[in-house]
Write a protein that binds this ligand. Structure first.
Ligand code: NAD
Length: 493
């Protein structure tokens, strides 16, 4: 292993766990077969801990515990107000521990510490939001005068299988755990194998908040083993998945024989469209943030920037200059804006695209490792200009700090370019022309549009993609709808 002095500058949190276990029926346990997998830390790529590698036998135990807790336990019978109080306590505990959560998440994933802290707070907010929503939730009644009353009897569905990716792991887990638990289900969470550290904190937080035993179960392990067994378990009627589109396709196929309820939040290659009449400074700032925050490992990253020809050269010049000023550094350093990518495999994938990009576009910033970081998974913010739409770096999700810039002339051309990928998660539009802004927004094939604004949203709005970016929207009552069954009861008068 490397012994570069630079490595000594990295931060290793105190009191790291000596191993990462599953949490089943209120107990921390190892895998039935005793198997483990290595977990690496992205600054040194050294193994810092071993995690229990769950298989079918472990998933079976977790699903059995969750099924018992659902059928016989108090959780689904509690008043929404009572469940809500526990969810608020969970939010309080996450807030109380936000600094520690951020420290561990940043260490495990390579995310800049300030951004990891923001994500920890957002996880608390997710719990608070669904705690409030479930109390405010009301169901429909329909009256046919003199003949019938029809009402909706909303019920939790059972054991929800939650499968999550490694980018902002703790926050994305909370986005599923919050509504699944709020609506009275029990859960089995299978977190991403690259980043199991923060997920191991949920058990303690839930116990302290008073969540009944067996309601939350956690099985670590590889997607093809633990994840696969969860998807194929007959007693898990719901799978909420966030990850790559390719994995989503596999899960769709595997869940099909069981006719499971599926929520799919998948990949993206979202366009940011900058018209000549836009506030160029704001557009440059936002599009820099849009692709380089969270190390570019962000599903809604604006990773293709389409710029109108009149301002193209100026935009590219300003953008490249600003990309070069983005501070790459150790994840624990509060000044860092781009940290280390999550894992050497992912680093190789991103670097592969950087090399491909050199023959597809014009490199104007970055293009390799940042100076002084000859170790770990560091990539300099990389900008390619003049990228044609048939380029791989225009079409494929890179999921790193790499962006493609492409010129356009007319609105129609911009729209065609924006829609010219298999994905449809987000779109960002920069223009001061009101009509154009709305016409373009409504025509673009994207689940979410940000007009002259950054990636910030109210949690009541629909979240999700179209085309290969997903199926079903979460957010607000849509999440409650996914995790509940709306039984219709009809009474003849
Ligand atoms: P991934 O698809 O490789 O893995 C996601 C999860 O699925 C992991 O827990 C993994 O172990 C599991 N898995 C893998 N194969 C499986 C199988 N055959 N059966 C069951 N489970 C399996 O994704 P990733 O690399 O961890 O995450 C990055 C991807 O996630 C990107 O494509 C990104 O755009 C996407 N993402 C989407 C959103 C969104 O809301 N749309 C949010 C974040 C990330």
């Amino acid at each position: 292993t490397e012994t570069s002095p630079a490595l000594d500058q990295r931060h290793v949190p105190a009191d790291l766990p000596s191993r990462i276990q599953h949490y089943i029926d209120g107990e921390f346990v190892d895998s039935v077969d005793g198997d483990t997998f290595d977990v690496l830390e992205p600054v040194s790529n050294e193994v810092y801990v071993h995690a229990a590698a769950g298989k079918k036998a472990d998933i079976d135990l977790a699903v059995a515990a969750a099924t018992r807790a659902f059928k016989d336990g108090p959780w689904r019978r509690m008043l929404p107000r009572e469940r809500s109080r526990i969810l608020h306590r969970i939010a309080d505990l996450v807030e109380l521990r936000d600094a520690r959560l951020a420290e561990l998440e940043s260490f495990d994933s390579g995310l800049p510490i300030t951004q990891a802290l923001g994500q920890a707070r957002r996880a608390a907010e997710n719990f608070r939001f669904f705690a409030d929503l479930i109390v405010a939730q009301a169901d429909d009644t329909f009256k046919v005068p003199g003949r019938q009353i029809n009402y909706v009897n909303r019920k939790p569905i059972g054991v929800a299988g939650l499968i999550t990716p490694w980018n902002t792991p703790f926050m994305l887990e909370s986005w599923k755990l919050g509504p699944a638990l709020a609506s009275g289900n029990t859960v089995v969470l299978k977190p991403a194998e690259f980043t199991p550290l923060s997920a191991s904190l949920w058990a303690g937080i839930f116990e302290e908040a008073g969540l009944p035993k067996g309601v939350f179960n956690l099985v670590n392990g590889l997607g093809e083993e633990a994840g696969d067994a969860l998807v194929k378990h007959p007693d898990v009627p719901l799978i909420s998945f966030t990850g790559e589109s390719r994995t989503g396709q596999i899960i769709f196929g595997n869940a099909a024989p069981f006719l499971k309820g599926l929520s799919m939040e998948l990949g993206g290659k979202s366009p940011a469209v900058v018209f000549a009449d836009a506030d160029l400074e704001a557009a440059v700032d936002a599009t820099i943030f849009g692709v380089f925050s969270l190390n570019g490992e962000r599903c809604t990253a604006g990773s293709r920037i389409l710029v109108q020809r009149d301002v193209y050269d100026e935009f590219v010049e300003r953008y490249a200059a600003q990309a070069k000023r983005v501070k790459v550094g150790y994840p624990h350093d509060p000044a860092t804006e781009v940290g280390a990518l999550v894992h050497p495999e992912h680093f190789d994938k991103v670097m592969g695209y950087v090399e491909i990009g050199k023959s597809e576009g014009r490199l104007v910033a970055g293009g390799g490792r940042p100076e002084g970081f000859e170790f770990g998974n560091f990539v300099a913010p990389t900008v390619f200009a003049d990228v044609p739409p048939d380029a791989r770096i225009f079409q494929e999700e890179i999921f790193g700090p790499v962006v493609a810039i492409t010129p356009f002339d007319t609105d129609a051309e911009a729209l065609a370019l924006a829609n010219d990928t298999k994905y449809g998660l987000a779109a960002y539009i920069w223009t001061n022309d009101l009509k154009r802004a709305h016409n373009f927004s409504q025509a673009v094939e994207a689940g979410m549009v940000w007009l002259n604004s950054n990636n910030v949203r109210d949690l009541r709005t629909p979240f999700g993609g179209v085309k290969a970016s997903g199926l079903g929207h979460e957010g607000g009552y849509r999440s409650i709808d996914f995790y509940t069954d709306q039984q219709a009861v009809h009474i003849t008068l």
